[in-house]
Design a protein around this ligand. Structure first.
Ligand SMILES: [Zn+2]
Length: 265
């Protein structure tokens, strides 16, 4: 029994046990990584905003960080909030009186659905127009909303990495205090991990948004997971009844999610 074939058998068994051990270790490592990034939320649910950020320990309230906000309830991922506080402190030191506040932060699927459906139904106007009265064609109406608003399940605001500053109007950033802030961000935000996803000069996706900034170390992980999910199940984004006009508009989702400035990848 101790001949060459017996020894080969023992060796094979050892190799199999070693490989099983390695596979087990890898799966544990990946699971631990997922837990650090997504907490208790399923990754697919996380990247489409199907969770309540106020119930997740990995989210913090900006009111507790000393970052000025327009209302008490603003949540971001802890990593993004810590980096934003460092960036805010640096800005404040150089610009003691210039306005800087967070106007908008994490919104989940259901928050985004409220915005999208409101714009679709005309209860929220777009440039003072009720789109339900002016655009009948569903695809055309979706394209109008998509100039500045995302479909539910496709917004970077779902991820806890993205926020809007001060005023949601590009002209604010072209003079005075707004320009002072924007020019400072262009020069310094990258040092703190932030980028502006929706710049001018891109040839697809949302219009320019000088107020919207993103924490890249995390958002670059979430965009990969979002694209994986879309590839696996594109139909899930254009299911009937998902949101108003989802059947017509859902297929546009990847073009909008991915049309970002290259520093944000
Ligand atoms: Zn935004």
């Amino acid at each position: 029994m101790s001949g060459p074939s017996g020894r080969r058998g023992v060796m094979m068994k050892k190799i199999i046990i070693l490989m099983m051990g390695l596979a087990c270790c890898f799966s544990r490592c990946y699971a631990a990584d997922d837990e650090a990034v997504y907490g208790a939320v399923k990754p697919d649910d996380y990247v489409t905003g199907r969770f309540d950020p106020s119930k997740q320990e990995m989210f913090v309230s900006l009111a507790d960080t000393g970052i000025p906000t327009n209302k008490w309830r603003h949540l971001l991922r802890r990593e993004a909030a810590e980096a934003l506080k460092k960036m805010y402190d640096a800005f404040r030191k150089e610009n003691p009186k210039a306005p800087f506040w967070v106007q908008s932060s994490t919104r989940n699927f259901y928050d985004q659905k409220g915005i999208w459906d409101g714009k679709w139904n005309g209860t929220i106007t777009v440039m003072n127009v009720s789109l339900n009265k002016t655009i009948r064609d569903p695809l055309k109406r979706a394209l109008e909303i998509l100039k500045y608003s995302s479909m539910p399940g496709t917004s970077r605001h779902h991820w806890g990495t993205d926020f809007d500053l001060n005023v949601l109007n590009n002209s604010y950033y072209e003079t005075g205090e707004g320009k002072q802030l924007y020019q400072w961000l262009l020069k310094n935000a990258g040092r703190y991990g932030f980028c502006q996803p929706y710049t001018s000069g891109r040839n697809a996706g949302y219009n320019e948004e000088k107020w919207h900034w993103s924490y890249v170390p995390l958002s670059k992980v979430f965009i990969v997971k979002w694209n994986d999910l879309y590839r696996k199940n594109p139909g899930a984004f254009s299911k009937k009844g998902l949101f108003c006009g989802s059947e017509a508009a859902g297929k546009l989702a990847p073009a909008y999610v991915n049309a970002i400035q290259k520093d944000c990848d």
